[in-house]
Write a protein that binds this ligand. Structure first.
Ligand code: AMP
Length: 442
């Protein structure tokens, strides 16, 4: 639909087309802020308490970074990247995910010389030209953790545990789906076996799956095409083909998770969409009776033990990471009934009456702010009644009232919002008096 604005000045009802949001993009309006703040605060808290440092990567990278790390035959690289040639003739891409960038940064800044593993977190927008639907956007945020430079299975468990705690803190119950896809070598044999299994049923495969059979056979395991459930049941399972090291590694991860009582399920069909994964892979889903929601992946991750080397870094630099979709985390919070007050709550509300008191009010307001008191105002409002109603909505404990008379007298009224009691004080002392009163109110 084309929105029409009226050119009020000209008086004629000229239709003006307002440019609209791009498909798959969305505005995050101030009303959503409590959720976004809660998620970002929880992310920062969990990351910093486990000594992860914040990584802020550029949004734009060389296209080859993603082609080499995510893999050319993946959905992301084949169909979903925002790629273009920039004015200096370089092929560039809006990042579809951040692990490749984190790996590049690790190599480029010589982080291999730091204490290993190097632990980093991010909270940034990603871009994928995906088919938009509920919970799937073309710009979406991810909160992610990366630990580069250690193969210890305790890191796999710790990252899962951190994610579990993160969700718990936000009031969302989750569980983990786990699998191990082994090393590249052990996978090679398994893939041959998998291909020969599915080849028997070639005729029954959809066009998409036929393509996967030649280009990316592992993805047949998590194919959503019709009839695949049945075929998959008879397919060889990757866990049976794991090399000894991957098997031991996976057992250790499970042991640690049992110890920490993190809920998980083994899922032999979980392979993840991107090529760089090795050994442990996992996804996070909501614990819910709603079947559709239970399938909705809130995040996922795994080991990427060969990515650093693949991008030209030091051989044998194992790593692990996880990325959570922030919009999906917020959807889950809403689904599970986590609520926030729409109004910002404050301790003090400043009410003014008339122009002179508004002018003086600007300064008084700033003094409260500088003193660290949470204060709100409505300079755009005229009547006292409306301002006091706002004070009430924002749950202010104290309202300050400044009228023309008070400005002339150098005073201001302090009103206790609960009892309605009012007192007049010297305006130069009001900050100190209010601070004391707030302390006493607790
Ligand atoms: P991935 O990087 O594909 O493993 O995705 C990790 C998480 O990011 C997913 O589990 C989703 O929660 C989120 N995610 C991925 N793609 C999208 C999208 N197009 N829109 C919203 N969230 C997404």
């Amino acid at each position: 639909m084309i929105a029409k604005n009226v050119d009020a000045k000209a008086g004629d009802r000229k239709a003006v087309k307002t440019p609209q949001l791009l498909r798959g993009f969305k505005d995050i309006l101030p009303g959503e802020e409590p959720y976004w703040n809660a998620v970002e605060d929880a992310a920062r808290n969990i990351a910093t308490s486990y000594s992860f440092g914040r990584l802020r990567l550029p949004i734009l990278e060389q296209t080859s970074l993603f082609e080499r790390s995510i893999g050319k035959a993946t959905d992301v690289v084949e169909k979903e990247m925002y790629t273009f040639v920039d004015p200096s003739n370089t092929r560039v891409t809006l990042r579809p995910e951040a692990t490749a960038g984190a790996a590049r940064a690790y190599i480029e800044h010589g982080m291999v010389n730091k204490t290993q593993p190097v632990k980093m977190w991010y909270f940034e927008p990603m871009f994928r030209h995906d088919r938009p639907q509920a919970g799937r956007y073309r710009q979406f945020y991810q909160f992610g953790l990366e630990a580069i430079g250690s193969s210890d299975p305790i890191l796999d468990a710790q990252m899962i545990l951190m994610t579990h705690r993160f969700f718990k803190g936000l009031g969302v119950e989750v569980k983990f789906l786990l699998n191990s896809i082994g090393t590249e070598e052990s996978r090679r044999e398994y893939i041959m076996e998998l291909v020969s299994y599915f080849k028997q049923f070639r005729k029954r495969l959809s066009e998409v799956d036929k393509k996967r059979l030649t280009k990316n056979p592992l993805r047949l395991l998590d194919s959503k095409e019709e009839g695949m459930d049945e075929l998959r049941d008879g397919a060889p399972q990757i866990l049976d083909w794991l090399d000894e090291d991957s098997k031991q590694h996976f057992m250790k991860v499970l042991e640690y998770l049992d110890e920490a009582e993190v809920p998980y399920e083994l899922n032999p069909y979980l392979v993840r969409g991107l090529d760089y994964y090795t050994k442990t892979v996992f996804e996070v889903v909501e614990i819910t009776d709603d079947a559709e929601r239970a399938q909705n992946s809130l995040g996922g991750g795994g080991r990427y033990d060969t990515l650093i080397e693949l991008l030209g870094g030091r051989e044998d630099t194992p790593a692990i990471g996880i990325a959570l979709g922030v919009e999906r985390v917020i959807m889950a919070m809403k689904n599970q009934g986590v609520e926030f007050s729409k109004e910002r709550e404050v301790d003090v509300f400043f009410c003014q009456l008339g122009d002179a008191s508004r002018k003086k009010g600007l300064i008084v307001f700033e003094e409260f702010r500088k003193a660290g008191v949470s204060i709100a105002e409505a300079f755009g409002k005229g009547a006292l009644k409306g301002q006091l109603e706002m004070a009430d909505k924002q749950k202010a404990k104290i309202a300050l009232i400044l009228g023309q008379k008070e400005v002339l007298d150098g005073t201001i009224i302090i009103r206790d919002m609960e009892s309605g009691a009012q007192e007049i004080v010297n305006i130069d002392k009001v900050v100190a008096i209010v601070k004391r009163q707030l302390e006493m109110m607790g």
